[in-house]
Design a protein around this ligand. Sequence first.
Ligand code: UDP
Length: 243
Amino acid sequence: MDRLKFLGFDIDPVTTQEATVRVAALIAHGGMHQVVTLNPEYLYRAQTERDLGRILEQAALVTVDGIGLQWALRLSGLRVPERVTGIDLMLHICRRAVFEGWRVFLLGGRPGVAEGAATRLLQDLPGLRIVGAHHGYFSPEEEPAVIAKVKSAAPQLLFVGLGAPRQERWIHANRQTLAPLVAIGVGGSFDVVAGRVKRAPVWMRRLGLEWLGRLLREPWRWRRMLVLPLFALFVIRVRLFGR
Ligand code: UDP
């Protein structure tokens, strides 16, 4: 499938189902691969923060997460079949992992959250091979031990929930040590799966209002969301006047 070029970077116009097929191919291929579920904040920052851009350029798969990004693409005459969020992709991949026998590791969230998410996942998918879980609040001194724990569990899939863009930077910085596996940044997904944070109701998601649901539940997000109007203005400016 042809990648879309948007604001200088390649984006994969895939459904969650197709993204899972691509991940399966990456696992079969071997080596180290990074998957980014891209949100507008990340793409906006990647315009000026070179390292974030480089991560996108080297990612094996970049999906569109976030209604703001879907809107911006549409304004530019580009279409993706659906939003592929970190949590939806993770759940979809886990369902397939049961049949494929893939080993899965969960890294991130407050202490106990990744373990809680693992317990919930195993309740729903009893055959899932979760080979490890670790929280995401480790210090630089503790980091080698965390990486050693992941390595010794030898997962084929590593879900990293440290929040964007920290998780993307972390995966990229450690890619050589972590290889071979497919690493996917999933933001706050473990909080949702573990039942600590409720996701916006389906009707809100269908209307493209998941961001509003998050804002209502976690009001401290308003400051982070300030980048969204800047992103919108930037997209409109590029559309009207070019770069
Ligand atoms: N987190 C972490 N380590 C940190 C900071 C954050 O593991 O040093 C976790 C945090 O507990 C939460 C997730 O990263 O589970 C960030 O979630 P958020 O919803 O803010 O991320 P987003 O989905 O917006 O990328």
